[in-house]
Design a protein around this ligand. Sequence first.
Ligand code: BGC
Length: 721
Amino acid sequence: MEKKIQELVSKMTLEEKIGQMCQVDPGVFGSEEEVKEAVRNGQLGSLLNLIGAEKVNAIQKVAVEESRLGIPLMIGRDVIHGYRTIFPIPLGMAASWNEELVKEAAAIAAKEAASEGINWTFAPMIDVSRDPRWGRIAESGGEDPLINAMVARAMVQGFQGEDLSDPMTIAACAKHYIGYGAAEGGRDYNTTIIPDIYLYNVYLPSFRAAVDAGVATVMTAFNDINGIPASGHQRNVRGILKQDLGFDGFVVSDWASIQEMMAHGYAADEKHAAQLGLSAGVDMEMASRTYANHLQELLEEGKITMEWIDDAVKRILRVKFRLGLFDHPYVDESLADSVLVHPQHLTVARKLAEESMVLLKNNNDLLPLKKGTKVALIGPMVDQPYEQLGTWIFDGNENDSKSVLEAFYEYNGESNTFFAEGLKYTRDKSTKGFAEVEKAIAKSDVVVAVVGEEAILSGEAKSLAELDFVGAQNQLLQLAASKGKPVVMVVMSGRPGGLYKTQHLAGAILYAWHPGTMAGPALVNLIFGESVPSGKLPVTFPKGEGQAPIYYAHKMSGRPADSSSWTHIDDIPVKAVQHSLGNTNHTLDYGFTPLYPFGYGLSYTTFEYSDISLSSDKIKMGDVLKVFATITNTGKVQGTEIVQLYTRDLVGSYTRPVKELKDFRRVTLKPGESKTVTFELKTDELGFYLPDGNYVVEPGEFHVWIAPNAAEGLQSEFWLE
Ligand code: BGC
């Protein structure tokens, strides 16, 4: 293949080379004829947002049969959490902690997208996100490097399969490189300040995992990092990604992110932006045209090198060869009908939706309900086939969706289900519909309130300053709770939020994220106990936005807070003298704990953790430490527990997080059944990256936990000599 690439590059004119480095959206670029003409002249290497097998074949034919060298096009699209069959938003998928199932979902998304001519998706998004105000947290794997790495692996392997040249697989794109999730104040596109030690230990591991899994492409981010835009960051792209990690696919910019270096105040003009982009190692420019317009001139002026251009072109051709596009450029036009929303795809979507939902509260075993219970089904998300799909669903179709209402009618019967939405949509402030809600509650034994946020309130550019439920949803929940009947709250949302002021109103809370096409059946299965919840939070739930960013793997600080060392604002005596408050790392209003910790999630059964033990309490470099604990199902139904392994390095040459997730296992137990869970911890999992990128494992004392979440668990300790 490398020989073929070399041969092809040697035949290319400079204009053809630059053409390969350009990607446009045909709808924005010009008329159909203009697009064809540019393809015919070898001026475009890729298109995004063109779908439909026939349309794609028509333009591919121009590239393959009418351009001088016949180089096929890559056809890109944001296939983020499903193509037609929509799976839960990525944050929800992460909450399943089920790598195999996420992989299966990505493989289905690839198949459906491929049947419509797409050969490249701009996913997975693997930006570690620690701020629920940031709308794009919905698209991520949450706050933890290990969970984001799991999502990266699962999706890359799912999209790309064993063999990228299989026509049912598509190229993946790990994005957004790098640090995009650290946007200051949670405002999208905002500046990021990321010391190198955080870059290496927090933001890079998911990209490393994607590269190790063979990801075909990587996208640079919109943000600037410590003063340098990510799309112009030579050290990060050419240095760390390409050289250090050995990434041999190609790097694409984000939409116009090369041109936007002008707005950043980093590039003086378009020509300068092109110079900065290529120098950084961005191989293909998306949407803006600075490469097309200026690379030739920059080369003539000696501001960029032919070596850089050739390297970029080779990388792009390498991915096209890997995709098998030179051998089979065309899509089977008859495929889509038999592939899109196949019943088997819907089954996986339902299963993943079930596993993504997190049971946060279940007082007195309110859930599961018995089939046939008289239920008042209220709230603005009950019957929202579109909103339940979540952000980034360009090709999802609400007509495929099964809403909660439809699923309740089917399973629980129309005569037992009293529907009154109360609010027409989540931002609705009118309480006109509340009278109907009261009537529905009067006829029922239990209230199921489905609240949250509409799809458009999370995702790109949808940051929020407040995390409370929007519209009159808090009032609706108060009304529901005032009738003396048990309330089950279901939240469909793209971010953690809404619960601090409302959770006391509900006896049970199921956090459902935006669950996708099969939201209704998945929820009904959980609510009526046909399935047992197993999801765990991939992100810490703050009490309110004032706690953000909040994450479990924080530092100790010199004055750590604990329950004995913080004072609530109302407990401070009037005219208290300074120093009387317990000077620790907390806030007077919220204390120091989150609303729900990372890793948290309940089941319809209970699990007891006992007998943590280690293969040794002293290990040497290169040893493998075994950590054991017994998990017992002490409840009445079979359930799956996600058992988590955390460590803490007590003293480091740099301060270390109070806990770091190292591994986890899914353990399924029948009532009364016990299993010993064994984790194997290699000493090279106990180190960290220094600011210069070197990895060190430092001897000393470590704590280790086998735990149901980041705030609890059985603890032991060992020494690394
Ligand atoms: C987003 C990317 C996306 C691209 C193409 C940008 O606005 O940041 O994540 O892949 O658009 O649609």
